[in-house]
Design a protein around this ligand. Structure first.
Ligand code: CMC
Length: 431
């Protein structure tokens, strides 16, 4: 069987190469299409477009499979932690003892922000959304590192330092963003705390009074970071690759990822889910009225936390997080009416032909918000938590772009549907 695709256009036959990924995914390579035929492909929303080849994450949306560098998400969630997962995603293999020690030491060494950055935090009004502060301050952090500004790809040791800086400092910036948004004093990271514990410390400790770190709370948040660590070519990761393709620096590229993540159809869905559940609760609905509204296209409502562009069976992250949610709530002796509503919504939607026919299942955001609420994370920080978790994935994709020998700037085409040529009319002659 030929491994070329044939395309007939205007009476002529053109051949296009095909390729098959390591997991059997097939693609027609159209990169020479315009040069040979003068046609482009049109794929609104990129549902059928592979924008790159990548070795980082594999998803099979029909089977509900997610693997980081080949390792199933279920194994990572059970046996690993966020920092080891970050290493795996960025550098491609599980670290040995020496490698994880070097990585952890670098994270600790770079966890403090340049002290002058605190003045920038002062410039934001109390009440500013932490996602706005996060994206601005990640970008601002690059101004405090002259080396990064003048750095060119290829110096591996320097890249390792910038990776550690970004992963460590995104957590410090995120915590400061929250403290600033509430008008609270900033809390410095501690040298002897591990990554996730340190984040909770910076979020919730007060001067002279350390926050009590319950192991189940630290574990639950670490799991949330791990489950978000990468998810192939989603909206924010594609944005990071787009910006990186212009050779923008690592911090600028990842700050762009934060902005793309913010929207309610992407990372902002975790905040939107909780707002939806709270609204249902406030209205005294058990979820049944809301389900009907979510099916009505004129209602302007959607069942937030349901549906996914790629997963058409189940989101494996949602399965893991639902179990963790039950465990955390039981351990903390919390009974949450919003969790009851979430369970009813899920049960009703999974039986409803509208959701079944469209293959709409709960995604990772459906239950992550309930856990975060149980451990005391404020709602406006939910998407920030997603951003901290996704940082290794963004960095790994940045690295892939930089390592690609034939990397070209990302520059899609379009089909223009506006007016054909017309002429300028002076102001006095316009109607
Ligand atoms: N509630 C009600 N109807 C829905 C929903 C939903 N949550 N999601 C999709 N649909 C309907 C949609 O209206 C369309 O119906 P029809 O075929 O009659 O026009 C059909 O299902 C197909 O949906 P789509 O909008 O074409 O799907 P998409 O692949 O473009 O969008 C999505 C995927 C995730 C943006 C969408 O399902 C959605 O808006 N979900 C709610 C927001 C959400 O939970 N986002 C988090 C995604 S997971 C975290 C991440 O990785 O970002």
């Amino acid at each position: 069987m030929s491994n070329e695709a044939k395309l007939e256009l205007e009476g002529k036959t053109f051949t296009l190469p095909t390729l098959v990924g390591t997991e059997g995914e097939k693609a027609v390579d159209v990169s020479t299409l315009r040069a040979t035929t003068n046609y482009i492909t049109l794929d609104d929303g990129y549902g059928n477009t592979g924008s790159c080849t990548s070795k980082i994450t594999f998803i099979d949306g029909d089977l509900g499979i997610l693997r980081y560098r080949g390792i199933p998400i279920e194994e990572m969630a059970e046996k690993s932690n966020f920092i080891e997962t970050a290493y795996l995603i960025i550098y491609g293999t599980l670290p040995n003892r020496a490698q994880i020690k070097t990585f952890s030491d670098l994270l600790t060494a770079h966890q403090f922000l340049h002290e002058d950055m605190t003045y920038h935090f002062e410039g934001f009004p109390t009440g500013a959304h932490p996602m706005a502060i996060l994206s601005s301050m990640i970008n601002a952090a690059s101004c405090f590192d002259e080396g990064l500004m003048n750095w060119h790809w290829g110096k591996t040791k320097e890249f390792e330092v910038y990776v550690a800086k970004l992963i460590s400092q995104v957590r410090t910036i995120a915590a400061y963003s929250y403290r600033k948004s509430r008008g609270l004093p900033l809390i410095y990271p501690k040298q002897n705390y591990k990554y996730t514990a340190n984040f909770l410390h910076m979020l919730f400790s007060m001067p002279y009074e350390d926050f009590e770190l319950k192991p189940e709370v630290v574990k639950a948040l670490d799991l949330i970071f791990l489950l978000h660590a990468d998810h192939e070519q989603n909206c924010s990761t594609s944005t990071v690759r787009m910006v990186a393709s212009s050779q923008a620096n690592l911090f600028a590229s990842c700050a762009a990822g934060v902005c793309a993540l913010w929207g309610p159809l992407h990372g902002g869905a975790n905040q939107a889910v909780l707002e939806m559940l709270a609204q249902i609760h406030k209205e005294g609905d058990d979820g049944s009225k809301f389900i009907e509204a979510a099916k009505d296209k004129n209602s302007g409502k959607k069942l937030m936390g349901f549906g996914h562009r790629v997963y058409k069976n189940h989101d494996p992250r949602a399965k893991i997080i639902k179990k963790a949610c039950d465990e955390v709530l039981a351990k903390l002796h919390i009974s949450d009416p919003l969790l009851d509503i979430a369970k009813k919504l899920e049960e009703a939607a999974l039986k409803d032909s509208y959701f079944v026919e469209r293959k709409l299942y709960p995604n990772v955001d459906f239950y992550s918000g309930i856990i975060m609420r149980a451990i005391g994370i404020p709602i406006e920080m939910f998407t920030v938590i997603f951003a901290i978790g996704r940082m290794p994935g963004w960095i790994a994709n940045y690295k892939e772009i930089m390592e690609e020998p034939k990397s070209r700037i990302y520059r899609p085409r379009q089909i223009y549907t506006g007016p054909t040529q017309k002429h300028y009319i002076p102001l006095d002659e316009r109607k």
